[in-house]
Ligand binder design. Structure first.
Ligand code: ADP
Length: 266
């Protein structure tokens, strides 16, 4: 589990808005409403939450959800410490106590009992019952629950139930338009603009193959990785191979097709 309080403490992490998502987040926080971010991996959701938490001056607890993550991992548990049994808050409980933002990344991955915990927190009760200690915490105005999920995986077993999903305001994220992606990649990698424009053009072509040969299009994260490698001296072709082709597929023929497409664009 990955949890942290504002990673770049004191500074606001760079985030270039794609639309009005910052206003929606701020309004949701003001109104004590939970927010769901929908979109593919690597398109800026985590960075957006870190940016907004810092802008709103709230601590941030991020939890990367996985299929073994249970309600107890979020709420807390009794642990043996120096021969004594002590209660240790989980990240969700800490966020409620501190009036922080709690970000559950890829929430559909978590075990089913997590939804049970989230329900009383995401309606107007805003309470977190802790059965093990007998406490019932009332979330204050600073607390906000943010969750993300990737509808693109098309895994019918792992989709959000309407009863959970309809408790959240939702914002859809997509891969940024070139005019947004170019400045993001330049800011993150320091690579020269003409090279970045070419990489973003290649990324656009590769994304066009989603659904035919590829399950997911190349993420902005991978474009940033690729640009960073080139800025550090790796050859253009090798960087594209390791950052924008190999991560997308294991199929040799598809890889060759992607490489040909890159050559045609470059
Ligand atoms: P997600 O949470 O959607 O999987 P991230 O937030 O981790 O994706 O984004 C991956 C990387 O892409 C970030 O570390 C950042 O470098 C870059 N990025 C994507 N979109 C933006 C944006 N709008 N502003 C700034 N950086 C961005």
């Amino acid at each position: 589990m990955d949890q942290f309080v504002n990673p770049e403490s004191g500074t606001v992490p760079f985030y270039l808005p794609q639309g009005d998502e910052c206003d929606v987040f701020a309004a949701a926080h003001r109104s004590c409403l939970p927010l769901l971010l929908k979109g593919p991996t690597g398109c800026g959701k985590t960075r957006f939450v870190a940016h907004m938490a810092a802008k709103l001056g709230r601590p941030l607890y991020t939890v990367a959800c996985h299929d073994d993550l249970s309600a107890a991992d979020l709420i807390g548990r009794y642990l043996l410490k120096g021969g004594e049994t002590v209660w240790v808050d989980g990240p969700l409980t800490r966020a409620v106590r501190e009036g922080a933002i709690c970000y559950l990344d890829e929430v559909v991955e978590a075990r089913k009992d997590v939804a049970v915990v989230l329900h009383p927190l995401t309606d107007d009760r805003r309470i977190l019952p802790i059965d093990r200690t007998g406490e019932e915490l009332q979330a204050g105005p600073g607390f906000m629950l943010v969750a993300s999920y990737n509808p693109g995986y098309q895994n019918i077993l792992k989709t959000l139930k309407p009863s959970t999903r309809q408790r959240f305001l939702s914002v859809e994220f997509g891969f940024p338009k070139p005019e947004h992606e170019v400045p993001v990649v330049i800011a993150e990698s320091g690579l020269a603009e003409d090279r970045v424009r070419l990489l973003v053009r290649i990324a656009g072509k590769l994304r066009g193959l989603k659904g035919q040969d590829l399950e997911e299009g190349v993420s902005t994260r991978l474009v940033v990785y690729c640009a960073t490698l080139i800025a550090q001296g790796m050859s253009f072709d090798r960087a594209v191979q390791v950052a924008m082709i190999e991560p997308l597929t294991d199929d040799a023929e598809v890889k060759r097709g992607l490489a040909d497409l890159v050559t045609a664009v470059a």
